[in-house]
Design a protein around this ligand. Structure first.
Ligand code: GDP
Length: 369
């Protein structure tokens, strides 16, 4: 029997025959890598060294099938949620994949929220949301996978609750699984940054098992791709503008009806009904927010899309397509959350028309902050 060799970056089984499929490595490179002892597939190699991503054909069914392996194991599951895209990162059918395995929810990227955020309130808010979706975790922990000093609570739970179980980290793509695992590996004395992290969806392609000691292992699972994620509409460079990497500075506008705010070139909010209201936007600091009169908004968009209003960048306008509009009624202190882009909140009842790319998830919720 030949040994199965996995890429240490994404977990794919290494193969030398089909460049279009996961795990491809030219035979000559395979020989060299075997001599060196570290083995990355061509895709991960390029991602690490040149920041290039190759597209691959992998169906969602394959991802979901993989996850159901968890139900068969002695498992402890850490389900990750992205605080910047809570609704977009919730895995509704989680119990279907993991059976009755014990699980906790780790709410990641807390470093993005303003300092004044009331953590206790956020936790209660998440708890309500999970309950509404039939999810009852053993615990909810807030933190940042990229900030080691926020992970003490999580490590404590792992050490206390996960004894003799394999620890599975599950979550949608981009939630921060690889980042978390790299930190845990480093903490438990393994190699630094063995798993490929990037802000492009679908980096981890197969289960990656990292033994922690002779009793248990940490296992990175393939990210479930949610079709409602905005990340699927933008390329890598555009994503960098949209996904915040620093604490968000909220921006507030006092608006009258018939005024419009553009969120770069990917979102547009027309205030159509209500009294004078403050609209507070929680989006990446790199996105330009522009106020204009609604009657001028369409012409303004057509004149400035791809330049003043970006992303999308000019060269990608054709593939980006048009924004689609929907009317939404919002009560005071509710948010409209746009999957992958952020959210805004209002302090009076209003009616707005929201324009975003087709298929991107939108949720109305009690305000998170
Ligand atoms: P995966 O697809 O779930 O494995 O996610 P990755 O670990 O590749 O992370 C996706 C993106 O989120 C990367 O750009 C990370 O740098 C970023 N990221 C991960 N964790 C955090 C965090 O705690 N805070 C912030 N601000 N960004 C994070």
């Amino acid at each position: 029997m030949t040994d199965i060799i996995q890429c240490v970056g994404c977990g794919s089984i290494i193969q030398t025959t089909d460049p279009e499929q996961a795990g491809y490595l030219p035979a000559s490179a395979l020989e060299k890598s075997l001599e060196k002892g570290t083995l990355y597939c061509q895709r991960c190699f390029k991602l690490r060294h040149y920041n290039q991503l190759q597209d691959l054909t992998i169906s969602d069914d394959v991802f979901l099938d993989k996850l159901s392996e968890i139900a068969e194991d002695k498992a402890f599951v850490i389900c990750m949620i992205d605080i910047f895209d809570v609704e977009g990162s919730l895995i509704h059918g989680l119990p279907r994949f993991i059976g009755n395995q014990p699980f906790i929810v780790f709410v990641n990227k807390m470093d993005l929220l303003p300092k004044s955020t009331n953590q206790k309130r956020v936790k209660q808010w998440i708890q309500r949301l999970l309950k509404d979706n039939g999810l009852y975790p053993n615990d909810i922990i807030l933190g940042s996978a990229s900030k080691n000093n926020t992970l003490a609570d999580l490590r404590e739970i792992i050490e206390k609750e996960a004894r003799n179980s394999n620890i599975y980290i599950v979550g949608v793509t981009n939630v921060g699984k690889s980042t978390l695992i790299n930190h845990l590996i480093e903490y438990y004395g393994g190699d630094k940054e063995v798993i490929t992290t990037s802000n492009h969806p679908g980096t981890t392609l197969d289960m990656i098992k990292v033994p922690v000691n002779d009793k248990y292992a940490i296992i990175d699972t393939p990210g479930v791709i949610h079709r409602t994620q905005l990340t699927l509409h933008l390329n890598r460079e555009e994503l960098k503008m949209v996904l915040p990497n620093k604490m968000i500075k909220p921006t507030t506008f006092q608006l009258n009806p018939d005024q419009t705010i553009f969120i770069g070139g990917i979102g547009r909010v027309d205030f159509i009904k209500g009294e004078k209201t403050s609209f507070t936007f929680y989006v990446s600091n790199n996105l330009y927010l522009h106020r204009t009169k609604t009657e001028r908004a369409t012409t303004f968009y057509d004149d400035h899309i791809g330049e003043l209003l970006q992303p999308p960048f000019k060269e990608n306008l054709e593939s980006f397509g048009d924004l689609s509009a929907r009317t939404i009624k919002l009560s005071a202190n509710q948010d409209i959350a746009i999957s992958g882009l952020g959210w805004f909140t209002v302090n009076h009842d209003v009616e707005v028309v929201l324009w975003i790319p087709k298929g991107v998830g939108v949720s109305i919720r009690d305000s998170i902050i």
